[in-house]
Every structure is written in structure tokens, then in C-alpha cells.
Ligand binder design. Structure first.
Ligand SMILES: [Zn+2]
Length: 333
């Protein structure tokens, strides 16, 4: 069966497009979809240059549940291999700047009787180290070297991929997934697994990009956040509210924030660079090449990818409260 898909942004360029596709929403299976636009090809994955570019495909939006996702996506085996080859040193966040760490830590510290915290996608354990004592701190991490670094910090590694969430025997008081949910193709399935690993009355804390941010809506498929090859599917506060209602969860808090707050001039430069790239991507590429030549640097294929816009307020943190009783029954939907 074939379905009509609307094209949401006629200004996107780069990929051939078809008026029809067999796609349906990976979350709600709706066929009321909108093709937001083309996503530029990627030349890096998890901090490492790729031998050949990964096709960006297109960004789609579900008009029923508001999930956004890229299509097509690499298969699981290919993604797993790419993650294992990733650069363990590529994540060098400064805790002082990570507003989701600050928001998450404040929520956990405010919570009565919080004794155990599981960080899903804990990388080298930096968030849990930042959170500090007196919690039982555990993590799930796919990258072997990062997991080793986390263990050296006293983090108990309880699994290496998301499937471990469904096999844990003792639930945690708090389960966090910071900058993780965009790495899976079905965010609702991951959220259900996070809830399963959380005790009744506990908290699930998620931070990720926000498709409802004006900067993202302006840039469509050419937005820096969805051009990152590891990022597959994207949510927003509206999706969280609907999904919480379906799963019987309460929303404790939703906070929007910028991943890298910048002074006004820096923010204006990032905004201008993005708008320029949006309308004139080929000219933006030539200017980057010329700039590199003037500096005596090599031309890089990644000059074709969108400039970052980390100063934009395009992230959000959401805390879901797991009900005190019979929460497991609601997870199958
Ligand atoms: Zn949907």
C-alpha cells in the first residue's frame, strides 16, 4: 500500500524526493506524515571521520504524534559498529556549561528517598561524577573504553546497551538519559524501558533536542542537530505530554535550555551563519573553503554540513514521574 506524503519545506535542496513513499510513523504508525526536508550527508560519526559519507536522507514529521525522524536510517549492526569505532575522547563537556546536568542534579537532590541513580548512556561517567555522593550510581554504556573509564570512577556498569534496561532485577529511584533518546529510532520504546527500570514513585529524566524550537523550525532538515549522523529521531514537549498520558506517567517538569549559552554577539553570528547556509549552502561551502585556504588549512568535506547553532535554545529536559502503583500495566501501549 502506498501513502501520500506532503512536502513541508520547498526550500530544502540536495536530495531527490518522491511524492509518495511507504513510510509510516515509527511511534504511532500514522501515515499522516510531512517531509520536512533533506538532511545533508554526514562525514563524521561519534567524533571520527568516515571513509565514505553517510547519506543524510530526509527529515519527516508525524502530524499525529509530532515525532520527527530521519529516513532512511543505517541498520542496527552498522550503527553498533560505528559506535564501537567512535572516539572515546570526543565528549569533553564542561559540567559548568551543561544545563541539563544542573537541572537533572537539582531534581535528584530535591527528591526525597532517592538512593540509586541509573545513567543510561553514561559514557565515561561524568554526569554521575558531577552528581556526586551519596547515591548508588550505575550506568549503561555501549563504548567499551568509556564504560571502563566510568567503572574507574566507581560507577557500577550494569549493561552495555538499552536491552539491559528490560532485564534489571532491582529498579532504580531515578533513571536518567541525557542526550540519548535522539540516538534511537523509536523514542517511545526507549522511554518504556526507562520506566520499567524505575521504581514506582521514581523519576525518569530525559534531555534532548527540541523540534519545536524556532531555530529548528526555521532550518528544517538542514538543522545542525538533525544533521549529526548519530541522531535518528526527535521529540518535543508536546510529544512528551501526549506520550506521558498514553503511558500513565505524570510530567514533573519541562525546562527548555541552550546547550551552549553564548553572549549576544556570538549568538548573532551563529544565527547569521545558519540562515546564510540555509538559503545559500553552496556559497557557504565555497566561503568555508576560501577561509581554510587563506589560513593554510586543508579543505574538509564536512564544510558541506550545517554550521552548529549550539547557542540556540533548542534543547529541553523533561522529568516523568512514574505512578506509585500498577505502572507496569500501562507500558505495553
Ligand atoms: Zn506518530
Amino acid at each position: 500500500m502506498r501513502y501520500q506524503v506532503a512536502d513541508g519545506n520547498s526550500m530544502q535542496t540536495g536530495q531527490p524526493r518522491s511524492a509518495e513513499t511507504d513510510l509510516s510513523c515509527p511511534d504511532c504508525s500514522s501515515t499522516r506524515l510531512c517531509r520536512v526536508g533533506s538532511i545533508p550527508d554526514a562525514f563524521e560519526f561519534a567524533g571520527r571521520m568516515l571513509g565514505s559519507p553517510l547519506a543524510g536522507g530526509s527529515l519527516y514529521r508525524c502530524n499525529n504524534c509530532s515525532l520527527h525522524w530521519r529516513h532512511p536510517q543505517p541498520g542496527k549492526a552498522k550503527l553498533d559498529a560505528l559506535y564501537r569505532q567512535g572516539n572515546a575522547d570526543s565528549w569533553q563537556d564542561n559540567p559548568g556549561k551543561r544545563l541539563d546536568w544542573q537541572l537533572g542534579t537539582a531534581l535528584i537532590r530535591k527528591m526525597k528517598n532517592a538512593a540509586s541513580v541509573l545513567d543510561v548512556g553514561c559514557f565515561d561517567g561524568r554526569f554521575l561524577e558531577y552528581l556526586g555522593q551519596p547515591y548508588l550510581r550505575a550506568g549503561i554504556e555501549v563504548h567499551p573504553l568509556a564504560a571502563k573509564h566510568a567503572a574507574e570512577k566507581g560507577i557500577q556498569i550494569v549493561g552495555h546497551d538499552f536491552s539491559a534496561l528490560d532485564t534489571l532485577t532491582v529498579p532504580f529511584d531515578v533513571v536518567v538519559a541525557l542526550d540519548v533518546i535522539e540516538h534511537v529510532s523509536n523514542p517511545r520504546e526507549l522511554l518504556a524501558s526507562l520506566v520499567k527500570a524505575t521504581r514506582p514513585g521514581g523519576l525518569v529524566i530525559v534531555s534532548t533536542g527540541n523540534t519545536a524550537a524556532w531555530s529548528w523550525r526555521l532550518m528544517g532538515g538542514m538543522y545542525w542537530y538533525c544533521s549529526i549522523a548519530e541522531h535518528l529521531a526527535f521529540i518535543n514537549p508536546d510529544w512528551c505530554t501526549r506520550t506521558a498520558a498514553k503511558m500513565g506517567l505524570e510530567i514533573e517538569q519541562i525546562s527548555t535550555f541552550s546547550h551552549e549559552p553564548t553572549k549576544m554577539l556570538g549568538s548573532a553570528i551563529q544565527a547569521s551563519a545558519n540562515i546564510f547556509y540555509h538559503y545559500l549552502p553552496d556559497l557557504a561551502y565555497k566561503i568555508r573553503c576560501l577561509d581554510a585556504r587563506l589560513k593554510g588549512e586543508a579543505r574538509r568535506p564536512s564544510f558541506k554540513t550545517p554550521p552548529h547553532w549550539r547557542s540556540a535554545k533548542d534543547h529541553f529536559l523533561v522529568a516523568f514521574r512514574v505512578p506509585n502503583s500498577s505502572h507496569q500495566a500501562s507500558l505495553s501501549g
